[in-house]
Each structure stands twice: as structure tokens, then as C-alpha cells.
Design a protein around this ligand. Structure first.
Ligand SMILES: Cc1cc2nc3c(=O)[nH]c(=O)nc-3n(C[C@H](O)[C@H](O)[C@H](O)COP(=O)(O)OP(=O)(O)OC[C@H]3O[C@@H](n4cnc5c(N)ncnc54)[C@H](O)[C@@H]3O)c2cc1C
Length: 228
């Protein structure tokens, strides 16, 4: 599928959103991701392919990817991605993902580590656009106060009295106790965790310790990021 870059939007900190128009109409479920191929000169050993969650909600129609850029330390892929201009076309395929709302009308505990916030923008905007009452908690951890999508997420929380956001900045850790407390006022929630691979793996253990059945968890692993 060809994706034409329409615009870029600087998000908090070192994150940017890239907004694309699909060459052919595409339907997706909030929380799914795409596989991107960006051929470029002298690729580093991480190569020319990456996966990115679609951070836009289906009703927005455009495909948005949101990612970080670490300057000189960035991969050759990211350097190339951040150099594309409106009107340029890139290739994506392989729409997939099970980090979706497949149990409507349940309560939710959403856990995000850093840029792992991307699927929640799509999921929460989608639920809100369907007129559903969102019952849940978002536990949003980040290395600093540059919280990507903070305003949009807070706009949703303001409309849904049973949906609350708690931030964990810098040294503050989302631990088992924080997860237990978040679930306390909820009715048998589904637990979602998205972020750097080692963080999500650590939460698999936390969920086990809390006695949360695996079928009540959903996990989205982002490789390539350091944690903590
Ligand atoms: C299903 C799925 C969905 C995903 N969704 C997203 C998403 O929505 N947004 C997103 O950002 N990522 C997402 N990812 C991860 C994404 O595919 C990349 O792996 C990730 O963005 C890292 O990109 P990169 O490898 O180009 O590294 P970079 O982003 O360029 O670097 C990553 C980190 O490595 C450090 N680093 C790089 N090179 C060096 C070096 N030589 N020495 C020391 N440190 C270094 C950088 O400082 C940075 O902290 C997803 C992955 C999967 C599998």
C-alpha cells in the first residue's frame, strides 16, 4: 500500500506524528499496526523495515504513525523517515494486531510506557467516537514530563467521568501495587500494557503475581527502545 505524507506534527519531547493519505482506502481496528519498508542508502544493521502502531483512530481516515527521534544516535531508518517531505510516498503493508478492544463493554486498565501510548490514542478516540462510556484507568509512565498526546487524552477523560489518567514521571514506577489500586474501583477489568519490550515482559510477571488470568491481558511489545 502506498502512503502519501500529508503533514507532520511535532508532539511532546522528541516525538513526531506523520500523517499519511492511503493510496487505496484502508479499514483498520483501533490498536492495529502496519509494517513499513523504507529503502535508503547505507542502512545500518537494523535495516530498512519497522513496525508502527496506527496512532490515528479509524474514523479519522488518515494513517498516522508517531515515533521518537534520538538525533545523532537515531537509526538510519529513523533518519530517513524524519527526512521525508509532504507529497513523498512510502510503502506499508501487513495490517495486523491483537492489541484491540475485542471485549466490548468491559472495564479497562491501560498501561503505557513512553511511546507505548500510541495505540491508546487510537483506542480511546475510537471508543469515544462510538459514544461509548469509557470505564477504566490509564497508567501512563514516561521518562520526563513530555507526555505525548496529553491534551487529547485529558479531553477524553474530561468527557468520561469513569475514565481517569494517572501519570508516573521519571523515577515514579508503575508497580504491581499501582496496578492493583487502579483496578480496585473497576469491575473485572481487562489489562492492556504497551511499551518497550523489556517493560511489557516485566508486566507479564506482575500480572502473574497479581493473579490476573492471561486471557484478561493484552500486550504490545515495542522492540528497539531502552527501558527503564
Ligand atoms: C507491533 C509494533 C508496534 C510498534 N509501534 C511503535 C510506535 O507506535 N511508535 C514507535 O516509536 N515505535 C513503535 N514500535 C517500535 C519500532 O518498530 C522501532 O523498533 C522503534 O521505534 C525503535 O526504532 P529504531 O530501531 O529505528 O531506533 P531509534 O528510535 O533510532 O533508537 C532507539 C533507541 O536506541 C538508542 N540508540 C540508537 N542507536 C544507538 C547506539 N548506537 N548506541 C546507543 N543507543 C542507541 C536511541 O538513543 C534510542 O533510545 C513498534 C514495534 C512493533 C513490533
Amino acid at each position: 500500500m502506498r502512503l502519501k505524507l500529508i503533514s507532520t506534527k511535532k508532539e511532546a519531547g522528541d516525538a513526531t506524528s506523520f500523517v499519511f493519505e492511503p493510496g487505496t482506502p484502508i479499514e483498520w481496528r483501533a490498536g492495529e499496526y502496519l509494517h513499513y519498508t523504507l529503502p535508503h542508502d547505507a542502512p545500518d544493521d537494523r535495516g530498512t523495515e519497522r513496525w508502527f502502531t496506527i496512532s490515528s483512530a479509524p474514523f479519522e481516515k488518515h494513517i498516522m504513525l508517531t515515533t521518537r527521534f534520538s538525533g545523532d544516535k537515531a537509526s538510519s531508518f529513523k533518519k530517513h523517515l524524519f527526512a521525508i517531505k509532504p507529497g513523498d510516498v512510502i510503502e506499508a503493508d501487513g495490517l495486523e494486531g491483537d492489541f484491540i478492544i475485542d471485549t466490548p463493554d468491559r472495564d479497562y486498565v491501560f498501561i503505557a510506557g513512553g511511546i507505548g501510548i500510541t495505540p491508546y490514542r487510537s483506542i480511546l478516540l475510537d471508543l469515544d467516537s462510538q459514544g461509548k462510556e469509557i470505564k477504566g484507568r490509564l497508567l501512563y509512565g514516561n521518562k520526563d514530563g513530555n507526555l505525548v498526546f496529553k491534551e487529547e487524552l485529558e479531553e477524553i477523560a474530561a468527557k468520561h467521568p469513569d475514565f481517569k489518567i494517572e501519570y508516573f514521571i521519571g523515577g515514579q514506577k508503575i508497580d504491581g501495587e499501582a496496578v492493583r489500586v487502579a483496578a480496585e474501583e473497576l469491575n473485572s477489568p481487562i489489562y492492556y500494557v504497551s511499551g518497550p519490550e523489556p517493560m511489557v515482559e516485566a508486566f507479564e510477571k506482575t500480572f502473574l503475581e497479581l493473579g490476573i488470568p492471561q486471557e484478561d491481558t493484552r500486550r504490545d511489545y515495542f522492540p528497539g527502545y531502552v527501558w527503564p
